[in-house]
Design a protein around this ligand. Structure first.
Ligand code: GAL
Length: 668
């Protein structure tokens, strides 16, 4: 990237050529440099089977090229036209309860459907060959938000594909029987043909079967993506490929396996303007998407300029909030800020979703803010391709997430994203930068590794964590981690068996709390609340840092610390309140040498650094008060006054500053 790209989804099929001309003028005014076009154009470009009509789209692309706007060109396969499902109703997805979904919305296809894939690939071949070499073509956008509406399909074609997937994974039915623990409830299979998807059953379906169905479903969507990608790579080998992931981090797709098939990673982000802490969860998703591709810049492919239409109450973004949200993504490694969508449509399900050009047109608050942001982003091309560095890694694995949230567990309150955010928020609030990485990733560069709730942990990951601590790393592990292997089979010999020696303890029994229940723990003579979980811990070398302060566990360990090899391993047997987590993490990070970007910032001010030709310090005020931030060294205020060196910065509520200073990388 040679700049920070700016723009949005462009859906020209809704508008006349005259409006397209006006679009180009407004895009120039707003500094738009990239649009993603054609995402939902299938029915327009192939109105009847095999009959293609690209003329109108050619004109649009030519205009964009003439206007200097790069196009992230969609493969147009996200929403099959009605003629396809009318002729082939078997492509329509089926729910676990057997309900076949109807056409008339979008994403109405079973990812395993050979008919859907054949038609999709045929269309991609047309699009790719037609627009290969077009001056506007900068990147390919495959499909749209795979797994957003259809997380899994349970139709007969999926069942057949699942059996094929299982054969490749296990080789023999005996191996599958062992992995799935099918001696339980007389579930032993004698033949592949007997195996079905985990459809609605009299009671809990086999958990290992459910877990494999999550894995299979992610792979089934990935197979669609890969089939399209193969065409693109053959026809336009030099054009990079992306697809947009759903954030709030989506459970359906294992991004860690998907990113191997992306040249650049993209994310859509819709924090709720009604939620004063919405930006924290957004930041977590940004850190995850950045880390998934080893810190390479990523693209914010969609966000809302103001309100969305799909929550039950859709609040607008107050003045300044959209700018703040956008800079937050850039601060955390994005090299593009795009919106859904360019022009607000008059009809259709998203007519009340905000757009860069609202129903009210150019003379609106939203367009003015959009235009100002476009100009601002265009003024700092030097930020592109700079990198975020983190002292702390939080471990995240989709396999464990899927397994954690299966039924028939000690508590239904264990939710992976809640667990992540409970550990991420204190680090975020203290401005300690985190990566969010796969557990098998190289960890030696991190001063602290946090394991919020890694229920499923294979032996290799356990060994990896052991050697990390042994060689001097600091580790935090929270309850219900290291409980099962990759087939959801409990490790025997006291929880969490694969990490007992590292943590210096044994969990004898789980004591989850009742719904909305709470307990309390005593830390350094102070009693603080805790939620979700408690448990009976037997120390085996660990020092008790906090004890349960009430109920039958009163006086027993709740938080422990253990020195192991050259490192330190902390264990949390409950979820302390946010305030208590903040204090605990202040202590843990200090011990590990994981430092805040800037210490002592006013509450609500976010600080992140991107390292490039210079160090770019981003200061973002999420608080409700104006604040002044003293800088550790003089810097150039890139947005306010790039010609002048400053030693402090004033930030209004929603205020943003980007300070450039000499690159300090070598001092770290
Ligand atoms: C995304 C989707 C867009 C649009 C947007 C509205 O999930 O990719 O096409 O529907 O949501 O917020």
């Amino acid at each position: 990237m040679d700049r920070l790209y700016y723009g949005g989804d462009y859906n020209p099929e809704h508008w006349s050529p005259e409006v397209h001309d006006e679009d180009l003028k407004l895009m120039a005014e707003a500094g738009v440099s990239m649009v993603t076009a054609g995402i939902f154009s299938w029915a327009q470009v192939e109105p009847r089977p095999g009959e293609f009509d690209f003329g109108w789209f050619d004109e649009v692309l030519d205009k964009l090229a003439a206007g200097g706007v790069s196009v992230c060109l969609a493969t147009m396969t996200a929403s099959p036209p009605p003629w396809l499902s009318h002729r082939h109703p078997e492509i329509l997805p089926v729910r676990a309860d057997g309900t076949r979904l109807s056409a008339g919305a979008r994403q109405q296809f079973c990812p395993s459907s050979p008919v859907y894939r054949e038609h999709a690939v045929r269309l991609v071949e047309q699009v790719a060959t037609r627009y290969a070499g077009h001056p506007a073509l900068a990147m390919w956008h495959i499909g749209n938000e795979f797994g957003c509406h259809i997380r899994a399909c349970y139709c007969d074609a999926s069942a057949e594909d699942f059996r094929r997937w299982l054969r490749e994974r296990y080789g023999t039915v005996e191996a599958l029987n062992s992995a799935w623990s099918t001696t339980f409830w007389s579930q032993r299979y004698d033949d592949w043909a007997e195996i079905e998807p985990p459809r609605v059953a009299p009671t809990f379906p086999n958990p290992a079967q459910q877990l494999d169905y999550h894995r299979f479903s992610s792979d089934a969507s990935l197979a669609c993506h890969r089939a399209e990608r193969e065409v693109l790579t053959r026809v336009t080998p030099d054009v990079p490929v992306t697809t947009n992931f759903v954030g709030r981090v989506q459970k359906a797709l294992d991004w860690h396996s998907w990113v191997q098939h992306e040249d650049v990673v993209s994310l859509d982000s819709y924090p709720d303007p009604h939620d004063p802490r919405g930006h924290v969860e957004a930041a977590f998703a940004y850190d995850l998407v950045r880390s998934a591709k080893q810190g390479k810049p990523w693209l914010l492919l969609e966000q809302a300029p103001s309100a969305v239409n799909w929550r039950t109450r859709n609040g607008p973004k107050p003045p300044g909030a959209m700018r703040l949200d956008s800079w937050q993504a850039v601060a955390r490694g994005a090299d593009a800020v795009l919106f859904f969508q360019w022009r607000q449509t008059a009809g259709g399900a998203e007519k009340f979703h905000s757009a860069m050009v609202p129903h009210g047109g150019r003379d609106t608050r939203t367009f003015r803010e959009v235009r100002d942001l476009g100009r601002e982003l265009a003024s700092v091309p030097e930020i592109a391709d700079s990198r975020v560095r983190a002292d702390v890694a939080i471990l995240h694995d989709w396999n464990s997430w899927w397994a954690l949230e299966l039924d028939s567990h000690p508590s239904d309150d264990l939710r992976q994203l809640d667990a992540h955010l409970a550990h991420y928020a204190p680090l975020f609030d203290a401005n300690v930068t985190c990566d969010v990485v796969h557990p098998a990733r190289e960890l030696s560069g991190y001063r602290l590794v946090v394991v919020p709730n890694l229920y499923l942990m294979d032996a290799a990951v356990a060994a990896h964590l052991r050697s990390y601590v042994d060689s001097g790393g600091h580790l935090v592990v929270s309850f219900f981690s290291g409980i099962v292997d990759e087939h959801d089979r409990a490790y025997l010999g006291g929880y969490p068996a694969p990490l007992r020696d590292v943590l210096g303890l044994r969990v004898d029994e789980f004591w989850p709390l009742p719904e909305d229940g709470s307990t309390s723990i005593e830390v350094d003579g102070t009693t603080v609340p805790a939620t979700i979980w408690s448990e009976w811990i037997e120390p085996e070398g660990a020092t008790t840092v906090a004890t349960f302060a009430e109920g039958p566990l009163s006086g027993r360990p709740a938080v422990t610390r253990h020195e192991f090899g050259a490192g330190v391993a902390w264990y949390l047997g409950t979820r302390p309140s946010p305030e208590a987590m903040r204090e605990l993490f202040d202590r843990i990070t200090a011990g590990a040498g994981a430092v805040p970007v800037l210490p002592g910032l006013p509450e609500g001010v976010q600080a992140v650094v991107r390292h490039g030709d210079a160090d770019y310090l981003f200061l973002l005020n999420h608080g409700t008060e104006a604040v002044t931030v003293a800088l550790p060294e003089p810097g150039t205020d890139l947005l306010a006054d790039p010609g002048r060196s400053v030693t402090e910065v004033a930030l209004e509520p929603y205020g943003v500053a980007v300070l450039a200073a000499a690159n300090r990388e070598e001092h770290r």
